[in-house]
Design a protein around this ligand. Structure first.
Ligand SMILES: NC(=O)c1ccc[n+]([C@@H]2O[C@H](COP(=O)([O-])OP(=O)(O)OC[C@H]3O[C@@H](n4cnc5c(N)ncnc54)[C@H](OP(=O)(O)O)[C@@H]3O)[C@@H](O)[C@H]2O)c1
Length: 244
């Protein structure tokens, strides 16, 4: 039963690939560069005997990515799970980003997910089962003066996943959305952080253990739930000063 991971070459995606390969799942791994994917696929095959296909495609070209994935998972082969640890930030994402880069952020962080889901959803629905897993960020809890469009895309993604529950759950699908705290990966490298970074391997184990059972929105690590409630409750006049 195949698991598709979009954003599999590093960080959380790589850890999810390893965890699912260990569990005996055939995998389809996606990222932009075959030079990252091919050694990873060989490694997983050698260590776990996993059947691994790779799709090297730019997530910003989301319609092309969705079509390539549709071809990569042979029809008739059931899809167990679609997981989307894809994500990208831009250093100058401070509200003044050039339109091309701004659009790219939204394409990679939001539209890549909705396009792939849109393309593969009819297959999941005709199977009557399958899990769709999205990943948001605590960076989207409140609007800040950095990661402006990244956070906007992640908040939109959260809304998209809530809508997906309406569509998928009555048809037998499981839809889960993890709001992640900071991870110890290249995405957060060099950032000044309030709370500790989580190990992506531990997060991957947590997500895979619950795959197919857990639904709705969850905070990982758990302490981000109370932290998020507090952060959202801070009045603007105070929050404005914290963010300066
Ligand atoms: N790191 C954090 O502190 C943090 C905090 C909260 C939420 N998150 C979210 O958690 C998820 C995993 O984050 P991470 O830290 O593991 O990120 P990461 O190490 O940077 O990995 C991101 C993955 O997305 C892929 N990707 C990015 N741009 C792409 C593009 N244009 N086309 C195809 N693939 C692309 C990357 O592959 P290539 O770039 O090699 O193609 C990589 O496989 C993301 O959704 C992120 O937004 C992260």
């Amino acid at each position: 039963m195949t698991c598709v991971i979009v954003g599999a070459s590093s960080g959380l995606g790589r850890a999810l690939a390893e965890e699912l390969a260990r569990g005996g799942h055939p995998l389809v791994l996606v990222s932009s560069d075959a030079r990252d994917l091919l050694p990873l696929a060989s490694d997983l095959t050698v260590r776990f005997g996993a059947a691994v296909r790779t799709v090297a495609a730019d997530a910003a070209e989301h319609a092309g990515l969705a079509a390539a994935l549709d071809r990569a998972v042979p029809s008739g082969q059931p899809i167990t799970a679609l997981l989307f640890p894809v994500g990208a930030v831009e250093q100058r994402d401070d509200g003044w980003l050039e339109p091309e880069l701004a659009e790219r952020l939204v394409r990679v962080n939001l539209l890549s997910v909705s396009s792939v889901v849109g393309r593969l959803l009819p297959r999941l629905i005709s199977q009557g089962s399958g899990t769709i897993v999205g990943f948001g960020s605590v960076a989207a809890l409140r609007g800040r003066s950095s990661n402006v469009l990244y956070a906007a895309a992640k908040r939109s993604l959260e809304s998209y996943f809530e809508s997906l529950r309406h569509l998928g759950e009555p048809r037998g699908l499981t839809v889960a959305f993890y709001v992640l705290g900071y991870l110890d990966t290249q995405l957060s490298y060099g950032s000044r952080l309030l709370l500790p970074r989580a190990d992506p391997k531990r997060v991957a184990k947590r997500v895979c253990r619950a795959l197919g059972r857990e639904r709705g929105r969850r905070y990982v690590p758990w302490f981000w739930y109370p932290a998020g409630v507090l952060l959202k409750a801070i009045p603007w006049a105070v929050f404005r000063r914290l963010n300066s």
